[in-house]
Design a protein around this ligand. Structure first.
Ligand code: FAD
Length: 333
């Protein structure tokens, strides 16, 4: 057994100072980090517990933004009436993840920074550029189903596993961070990165940075939102593909739409090309399918996951159509 130290940081500055040490890791609910420690993927010498930092609250700001602390549990966020009323997509995404017991422990900060479920990353007997840079990527030649089709590199085809982050991407959420330079806010899209030639990095954060919380801006009046997820079993499974949609209609035309994809890339993938093709047009199944097909033009599926291209097209089409009250099979609902 490997020994490690544990400290419950009394305040944010101490947490950042402790977590900045080279072999330290911040600890949220521990549902991902401790699992990875047990199988030898993570080997921290110091765990810095974040639960005494006062980050367990949610508040609504004057402009309607929902500010959610990093220690808020996934179960509490999913059940919060403000979330269920104003942003069902977030509640649905959270409830589609993991299990009730896990959601009771999992925190917002830990959910955002959970690590990939690529089986090669989780198997220390195998090479993996994300776990051990320069060792290789057997995943690319494998028949594994849950790998990336967008934005991957020669070095890494892993996907980001969080459902919550996909919803937050569609909600244009921002993340507040403490690091050695102070406190700053960055759009969720700027938190994550594609693997490129540094697949060991999941995010653009410096080592030891503390996630303080997320800000979820209020949606425009009348906006509808929803989350759909496809997985190999009905519950307790990670997404093969998922989609979060925020839709604002002007009559039958799309005034604004935001589409974020999960299970297809190293980060939640905003389908901005598809969004641009839909704004100003009436929702029809053919138009949505055509728009998402353009988004997927650059997809580079592997041996085991080519099915994801058609799956994503159908998933997005059915989700957008349902939100627009349009029959995805052709007629008007
Ligand atoms: C069987 C199983 C099924 C699952 N299914 C799903 C699923 O379908 N969908 C899904 O989205 N998730 C799923 N999960 C993952 C689960 O959601 C995550 O384990 C959980 O969200 C991680 O949160 P945590 O607070 O326990 O994080 P921890 O395990 O404590 O930490 C995870 C990472 O975040 C870092 N961290 C934690 N808090 C902070 C902070 N405040 N600032 C900076 N860094 C921090 C840690 O250092 C660590 O690197 C599943 C997990 C299991 C075990």
């Amino acid at each position: 057994m490997r020994e490690f130290r544990y400290e419950r940081a009394p305040d944010r500055a101490t947490a950042v100072a402790l977590a900045g040490q080279s072999a330290a890791k911040l600890l949220g609910g521990g549902t991902n980090l401790v699992d990875l420690m047990k199988i030898g993927v993570e080997r921290p010498e110091l765990l810095v517990d974040t639960t005494a930092l006062g980050l367990g609250a949610m508040e609504t700001l004057a402009d309607g933004t929902l500010r959610v602390g990093a220690s808020v549990r996934n179960a509490d966020l999913a059940q919060d009436q403000r979330v269920r009323d104003a942003a069902p997509v977030l509640s649905q995404a959270l409830l589609s993840g993991a299990s009730g017991q896990l959601r009771n422990m999992a925190t917002v900060g830990g959910n955002l920074l959970q690590r990939t479920r690529c089986p090669f990353f989780q198997d220390v007997t195998k090479p993996c550029n994300k776990r051990s840079p320069g060792s290789g990527c057997p995943a690319r030649a494998s028949a594994v189903r849950d790998l990336a089709i967008l934005g991957a590199s020669e070095q890494c085809v892993a996907t980001h596993p969080s459902d919550m982050a996909v919803a937050l991407a569609a909600l244009d959420a921002s993340v507040t961070i403490d690091d050695s330079t102070g406190t700053r806010s960055l759009p969720l899209a700027a938190l994550y990165r594609l693997p490129g030639d540094r697949p060991e990095l999941d995010t653009n954060l410096p080592h030891g940075a503390l996630v303080v919380g997320v800000d979820v801006p209020a949606l425009p009046a009348g906006a509808r939102s929803g989350y759909r997820k496809v997985r190999d079993r009905a519950s307790f499974g990670f997404a093969l593909a998922s989609v979060a949609v925020v839709l604002l209609l002007d009559g039958r035309d799309v005034a604004d739409v935001r589409i974020a994809l999960g299970g297809v890339a190293h980060m939640p993938w905003r389908a901005r090309k598809a969004e641009a093709l839909l704004v100003g047009h009436t929702v029809t199944p053919a138009r949505v399918a055509g728009a998402i097909a353009v988004e997927l033009d650059g997809a580079q599926p592997l041996r085991g996951n080519a099915f994801k291209v058609a799956l994503v097209e159908r998933l997005v089409t059915s989700t957008v159509c349902a939100l627009a009250d349009v029959d995805p099979d052709g007629g008007s609902a």
